[in-house]
Design a protein around this ligand. Structure first.
Ligand code: G6P
Length: 615
């Protein structure tokens, strides 16, 4: 949530900063701004709306001055104060000496603001961030300490979460960066440094990066970098090599990242399992959890914590873990779990799932279970992000960067890794015999091909979407493995097309949602031929009896449902466990086409952000 970018070196900062903001726009797009060092002043340009609005605004300015080689920039997801020019970052201190960009929330900003107002400071915005720039300015004025020391002293007063980058008019060759609870990465070039909320703006310039840890700050001054704690202890930063490829950050001919990412799934699923299993030998090998294997194998109960789509992947995993590995599993929203006083036993196995690895609630829930002494395993996509760094062990999903705000390929990659974790447990507990394990792995190996085949339904799904583009509500129903899919399908539609959609277990429909069914209500059924097929068909008949319009996701060649449903989309035959991998595809495509036909901003849906770093 909110993206920050910075540059200090010998190149012009503006093009690097604006391109960086475009890469980080998935983190928020309420407003954007930039601060550039200019001899004797800090120039600030900021604008409500997307990064393109800022670009246009600067381009059309007759007195623009964008030639500096040092600068910071920001794309905002509003928390304190509505989206507006004045609330956009960077925030200049009252005297114009200090400029700050910030991702996070300063919880005690009101009390700091009160003190500063008493000292005569005037505030222009409604944001929590503006207190940081004024506080730093005040410390510099009143104590005469250096700029970087003033930042450090200010941070000792601040309560909350932040990643900040700060400029000072009087130190034109310096940027100070600090982190607590929100991510920040520093790219190291040749006599130049790149700062960003994640590595995507950095990769085209350098693959050498440092991830700051919580309570650390970096001072880049006269081409030298010093990392220390907010407590003033010098640290030896660990320089990592980025594995990301620049093409992964481009749309590659697709109109939207979301569609590109939907189509990438045959490959991303393959990448998630590559080198981790062999159907021929019936084995699963997950290097990332080997050192904690005993904890993993001795689990009496699994607790899965996540938010959003990752939570839906967790709910599918509950069905895997209970049905195949016979391990009791509970799945919790991290945001609820963190404020309860949950009971954790020493032999509980906690798994946190997060695409971004930065979701604030998931991170907080993780820290809570760690405090309670549990071992925590992560299933994350973004390498080096906060969650995998805080877990004891884990498995990366390797789906590649996911840029569309609505999660697609990360979901199926999470399913892949979670199923592999489950099969690792199955192997150990022998809850399936070797032949059964080999068969399941064989089927999993065939999934990328089946997903490829399922993608051929795109045109048909688009035609269905045409019929429903003006509808106001949808119901999504499924049972067993189809139930989390119903939730996920409904979430996708809500997120990007702004149509209200409700996901429900198909049998629960008669306890409420059936009252909504009439000839104007489309009901999407996940109705593959599996263990609960007949039950789902009965639920479908109940909808038809009330004149509801049925759109069914069916197993290839199911002539029976074709006679009942108004519309159908076929998916290849596969075992129940693997249905979510293929059935996700038409659900994602339906949401995509509905949104596209309604003219919605698919990759940047209103009010949402991809990485939710505030609670
Ligand atoms: C946001 C995103 C969703 C995502 C959720 C959890 O709401 O828009 O796509 O599922 O956060 O994110 P995580 O990165 O923890 O999986």
């Amino acid at each position: 949530m909110c993206g920050i970018v910075g540059y200090i070196g010998k190149k012009e900062a503006w093009p690097i900063l604006i391109k960086g903001l475009e890469r980080l726009e998935y983190r928020g797009y309420d407003s954007a701004g930039v601060a550039l060092m200019n001899p004797g002043e800090i120039l600030v340009y900021k604008k409500k709306g997307k990064v393109s609005e800022l670009s246009k605004f600067v381009k059309n300015k007759s007195d623009k001055n964008i030639g500096g080689t040092v600068g910071i920039a920001h794309t905002r997801w509003a928390t304190h104060g509505e989206p507006s020019d004045v609330n956009a970052h960077p925030h200049l201190s009252m005297g114009g000496n200090i400029a700050v960009v910030h991702n996070g929330i300063i919880e005690n900003y009101l009390s700091i603001k009160k003190v500063l107002i008493e000292k005569g400071y005037k505030f222009k915005s409604d944001t929590d961030t503006e207190v940081i720039s004024n506080l730093i300015e005040d410390i510099v004025k009143s104590t005469k300490v250096s700029f970087d020391e003033a930042v450090r002293l200010a941070l000792l007063e601040v309560v909350g979460a932040y990643a900040i980058a700060v400029l000072s008019k009087d130190d034109p060759e310096t940027i100070v960066i600090a982190k607590k609870g929100s991510p920040v990465v520093i790219g190291i070039g040749d006599g130049e440094y790149f700062i960003a909320s994640d590595a995507t703006p950095i990769i085209e310039y350098t693959d050498k990066v440092i991830y700051l840890d919580d309570n650390e700050m970096a001072i880049i001054k006269n081409k030298k970098l010093v990392v220390k704690t907010i407590g003033n202890e010098i640290k030896n930063p660990y320089i990592q090599k980025l594995e990301m490829k620049i093409e992964e950050l481009e749309k590659g001919g697709f109109p939207h990242f979301m569609l590109k990412e939907i189509y990438e799934q045959p490959r991303s699923i393959k990448d998630s399992m590559r080198g981790r299993e062999s159907a021929k030998d019936g084995v699963v090998k997950l290097g990332g959890i080997e050192s904690f294997q005993d904890k993993f194998f001795n689990a009496k109960r699994i607790i899965i914590l996540a938010c959003g789509t990752s939570w839906h992947a967790g709910l599918e995993a509950k069905y895997f873990f209970e049905e195949i590995s016979k391990t009791p599993t509970i799945v919790e929203y991290a945001s609820e779990f963190r404020y309860r006083n949950p009971v954790i036993y020493p032999n509980d196995l906690v798994i946190v799932i997060s695409q971004s690895g930065e979701t604030a609630d998931t991170l907080a829930a993780l820290n809570l279970v760690k405090e309670k002494g549990a071992t925590v395993f992560g299933v994350c996509n973004v390498v080096g992000s906060s969650i995998p760094r805080a877990t004891d062990a884990g498995v990366y999903t390797h789906a590649g960067p996911e840029i569309g705000v609505a999660s697609t390929k990360a979901f199926t990659a999470q399913l892949t890794v979670l199923l592999l974790m489950c099969l690792l447990l199955v192997n150990k507990k022998e809850t399936l015999n070797k032949k059964e394990i080999k068969k399941l792995l064989e089927e999993l190996e065939n999934i990328p091909e089946k997903v490829e085949k399922t993608l051929l339904c795109n045109e048909k799904v688009k035609k269905i979407a045409e019929k429903f583009k003006n509808i106001k509500n949808f119901i999504y129903l499924g049972r067993g493995y189809g139930f989390p899919l119903a939730l996920e399908g409904a979430l996708k539609v809500k997120e990007i097309s702004y149509i209200h959609a409700e996901g429900y277990p198909a049998a629960e429909m008669k306890h409420g949602p059936i009252a909504l069914v009439d000839e104007n209500m489309p009901v999407v059924f996940i109705a593959n031929r599996g263990k609960l097929y007949e039950k789902v068909v009965s639920n479908m008949m109940e909808v038809k009896a009330r004149k509801g319009v049925v759109i069914a996701i069916i197993t290839e060649g199911d002539e029976n449902i074709k006679k009942i449903a108004d519309f159908w989309i076929e998916i290849p035959e596969t075992s129940d466990v693997l249905v979510p991998f293929v059935a996700s595809i038409p659900l994602q495509l339906l949401a995509y086409h509905l949104a596209s036909l309604r003219g919605c901003d698919i990759d940047k849906p209103r009010n949402l952000a991809k990485s939710v770093t505030v609670e």
